[in-house]
Ligand binder design. Structure first.
Ligand code: BGC
Length: 504
């Protein structure tokens, strides 16, 4: 059996044996009050928590769909599991935007079916100076010592107290740790706001890991951006090193991390089925040298997770480190999806016609128009051995905005980021229009127009005849990991400033 508890693995095997021998006989025989084992992959053999509030939003949207097929598709996914975001201190107790953490934990217990484990996905997202390279998800806590103190005592401590309540010990709690934060320190350290936030991001992530890892039924997954952000070797290697450096500052060291989650709130495809070799020559140049890929070999999240995993292991993380991919909005189906590789002999035309990712630029993170829902959540997806996937998850609840497309006053610290404005030509996107969906509300708010498009453009297509069985994935065209070539020295950009949507 490979379900060896990771943190036990990381500890000395001898100590484990001693501890087991020392267990009181009653506990060993009944197991009744014993804390559940910390397994290698919490998603394996488990169901996942369905947020009733998200389901109700989907049902309401279906009621307003005005189109029977669309409504049926919405209803077919309304009981999919989505993560619950603790996006500010008031989210813990509950606020106008949603129920509190205790409500969700109680609901998760109620949803648990017999002895089948259940995973509750929660997002830890309130660092001081949050979203330092963008404005849409700036937060409530300033990047100051006072902000850090509040993060610890008013945010992480109460969350850890609730998650650590023995009442919830049978819930496998999967915590996505601070989307975009450490990745921003890799690519955006020239930005004053990121420089100011950097020490607090490191200290905050360390603090969160220490508190959460101490709870045996909590599983920690650090956010690791996406392939279109960190895929370049000059970004990827420093990112893996930073993750290891921060983890090493915790009291459990690398063992405080169960895994990494990529593509949080972003729309980088799982697989680019018609661009399977970054080195394929078109018009005398490799496809990876196209304007869209900018010499980045990691065209999709399968590439990125495999690449990152190998770097993490080189940094000392165990091979059992698991990867999650947020597939909530990376489907790219609909009529614009190509069905074959292009026949053009002009490089950029070939790439643009072949890619399923229809963004104007891989840095376009805000409510990208044309994106669809991706793979349905599932444990240990097969066909991607090099990626070491624990699961596909829906961390960003489809239908929740990435940011407002105009100024909207609020008390959450969120600001107007022009990357969310479809009329804006952005220098960060090679001077192209952002491609953002118009009329977007504040980040995190229900955005029905976007939800409709996400459902319509879902890939795999949402089946209305057998909603509980996800359609098969296209894994046959995968290239194997290890074929990644180094970028040509003359043309490789240095760290390209990108950001994901997470906070998105
Ligand atoms: C927002 C959060 C929200 C989350 C999930 C983020 O972009 O800043 O407030 O909870 O998305 O929708």
């Amino acid at each position: 059996m490979s379900r060896i508890p990771k943190r036990l693995k990381a500890a000395a095997a001898a100590a484990t044996a001693t501890a087991l021998v020392a267990l009181p006989l009653t506990l060993m025989s009944t197991g009744a009050s014993a804390a559940p084992t910390h397994v290698d992959n919490p998603y394996a053999g488990a169901t996942q928590y369905v947020n009733p509030t998200w389901s109700a939003s989907v049902e309401a949207a279906a009621g307003r769909a005005g189109d029977a097929t669309l409504a049926a598709k919405m209803r077919a996914i309304k009981n999919q599991p989505t993560a619950v975001w603790m996006d500010r201190i008031s989210a813990i107790a509950g606020n106008a935007d949603g129920n509190g953490l205790k409500y969700h934990l109680d609901q998760a217990l109620a949803q648990k079916q017999g002895s089948t484990p259940i995973v509750f996905n929660v997002v830890i997202y309130d660092l001081p100076g949050r979203d330092c390279y963008a404005l849409a998800s700036n937060g409530e806590l300033p990047a100051t010592d006072a902000g850090m103190a509040r993060y610890k005592s008013e945010y992480i401590d109460p969350i850890a107290a609730l998650l650590g309540d023995p009442k919830y010990q049978d819930i496998r709690i999967s915590a996505t740790i601070e989307p975009d934060s450490l990745p921003n320190l890799i690519t955006n350290s020239s930005e004053a706001a990121c420089q100011q936030a950097a020490p607090y991001y490191r200290e905050g992530v360390k603090y969160a890991l220490d508190k959460l890892h101490a709870i045996p039924n909590v599983y920690t997954y650090i956010d690791a951006a996406h392939g279109g952000w960190l895929g370049w070797p000059s970004n990827a290697a420093p990112a893996a090193k930073l993750f290891a450096d921060v983890a090493r500052t915790t009291s459990a060291g690398l063992a405080s991390v169960d895994g990494f989650v990529t593509n949080t709130a972003n729309s980088t495809p799982l697989v680019e089925p018609f661009l399977t070799s970054p080195t394929l020559q078109v018009g005398g140049n490799p496809v990876k040298s196209s304007s869209f890929y900018e010499w980045n070999d990691d065209f999709d999240e399968i590439d990125w997770t495999a690449h990152l995993h190998s770097l993490l292991v080189a940094e000392g993380f165990p091979a059992s480190t698991g990867m999650l991919i947020d597939t909530s909005r990376n489907g790219w189906g609909g009529s614009a999806r190509p069905t074959a590789a292009s026949t053009s002999t002009t490089l950029n035309t070939y790439v643009d016609q072949s890619r399923v990712d229809k963004r104007v630029h891989r840095g376009a993170w805000c409510n990208p128009l044309g994106a669809g829902i991706g793979e349905r959540p599932q444990a240990t997806p097969s066909g991607y051995a090099s990626s070491h996937l624990d699961a596909f998850v829906w961390i960003k609840p489809p239908g929740e905005s990435d940011g407002a497309s105009s100024e909207i006053p609020n008390d959450q610290g969120k600001r107007f980021d022009r990357m969310c404005d479809p009329t804006f030509v952005s220098p960060k996107l090679a001077n192209q229009l952002t491609g953002a969906t118009p009329n977007a509300p504040l980040a995190g708010q229900w955005f029905e127009a976007q939800f409709r498009t996400l459902v319509q453009n879902a890939y795999p297509v949402i089946s209305t005849t057998n909603p509980t069985t996800p359609p098969p994935t296209t894994s046959s065209t995968r290239r194997t990991a290890g074929t990644r070539a180094s970028p040509a020295p003359s043309a490789s950009p240095t760290r390209v400033a990108q950001r994901s949507a997470a906070g998105a």
